[in-house]
Design a protein around this ligand. Structure first.
Ligand SMILES: [Ca+2]
Ligand SMILES: [Ca+2]
Ligand SMILES: [Ca+2]
Length: 333
């Protein structure tokens, strides 16, 4: 008895001196994921401005991004679009508000646009304007991915804000990212819902030409066409166009954000407001902590998060200097 007590005491001393029995050499600790502690707000930031005074009280957290980080591109390059994204996070009344800023000196909002090819084509003896077919080369959108881990399927629970096709509708699109195996391309799976906020502006009989112009036709230089504009059917004989002048490829519906949450469904459960300053995007997103939908993560206590920003590039599986992703970091509620 005395002997075994003595042995036990030695063991206790040994554990105190040498820790918990690890015999690993002291290597560098792997870096821990970054943590952002979410501010518990006392009111909701209004979704009318990205610069509401509520945000002034929160210090932004810089999150490094790189083009080589996952979701792993099929082809990758090393330069980053921007060094960092800046994140402010706040919860109020069962909603998460995120204010995300990043550098981008180009406002790429002409995704797929038509462009004037010929202003004096001969059409039945009359002078006509002919457009190039919708062209996505060099004409994409800037956009943002916000990804949450925690779905039982292992998919990322994604939100996709785009500078043209969702921003003008004050929404971000719920799109989960799925892949069959670790080296498979990411597949985008839209959250449930039938509401559409954008449609193509091509003539169904001749898809190389636009279906509609803005009511100001050749005088209009904007990048948006809205369902509730007085859209004017395409007419080859309208004059005043310049070679290269662009006509939007998307018709947007800026009324859908006013639908009830149930009508918007899981796909459009996140409302947004954004600003592009000439050098910086700032996007504020408002997502329910618990959307109530099976294709979304319920946000409680903490969530592993990842953010990606894209400069004039759409494909999540294609690398390049226009694509940057953060490592995984924690949002702590
Ligand atoms: Ca850009
Ligand atoms: Ca959703
Ligand atoms: Ca989702």
């Amino acid at each position: 008895m005395r002997h075994s007590l003595f042995v036990a005491s030695l063991l206790v001393v040994a554990l105190l001196v040498f820790g918990c029995g690890s015999d690993k050499p002291n290597g560098p600790e792997p870096p821990k994921p970054q943590r952002i502690v979410v501010t518990q707000g006392t009111s909701a930031p209004p979704l009318t401005s990205t610069n509401d005074a509520i945000w002034d009280a929160i210090t932004p957290t810089a999150v490094d991004i790189s083009t080589s980080l996952a979701p792993t591109p099929v082809m990758s390059e090393v330069m980053a679009i921007s060094d960092s994204i800046y994140v402010k996070a706040l919860t109020f009344d069962d909603s998460l508000f995120l204010r995300i800023s990043w550098a981008d000196y180009s406002h790429n909002v002409w995704r797929g646009a038509f462009s004037v090819n010929d202003t004096d084509a001969d059409l039945g003896g009359n002078m006509a304007t002919i457009f190039n077919a919708p062209d996505s080369i060099g004409r994409q959108e800037d956009h943002l991915w916000l990804l949450f881990a925690g779905l039982a399927s292992g998919d990322w629970d994604g939100l996709n804000w785009r500078a043209l096709t969702t921003d003008s509708t004050f929404l971000a699109e719920g799109i989960n990212l799925h892949r069959a195996a670790a080296d498979s391309p990411w597949v985008q799976v839209r959250d449930a819902g039938t509401v559409e906020v954008a449609r193509h502006n091509f003539n169904t009989l001749n898809q190389t030409q636009p279906m509609y112009f803005h009511e100001d036709t050749s005088d209009y230089a904007g990048f948006t066409l809205f369902e509730n504009d007085a859209l004017r059917p395409q007419d080859f004989f309208i004059r005043g166009w310049d070679i290269g002048q662009q006509v939007p490829f998307y018709i947007l519906d800026s009324t859908k954000h006013r639908l009830s949450a149930a009508e918007r469904g899981s796909r459009w459960d996140t409302r947004t407001i954004s600003d592009w300053s000439g050098s910086t995007y700032t996007v504020v997103l408002c997502r329910p902590m618990n959307t109530g939908y099976a294709d979304d993560v319920v946000l409680v206590d903490s969530v592993k998060t990842k953010i990606g920003v894209f400069d004039n590039q759409m494909d999540i599986n294609t690398g390049g200097t226009g694509r940057g992703f953060s490592k995984e970091f924690w949002l702590i509620f």
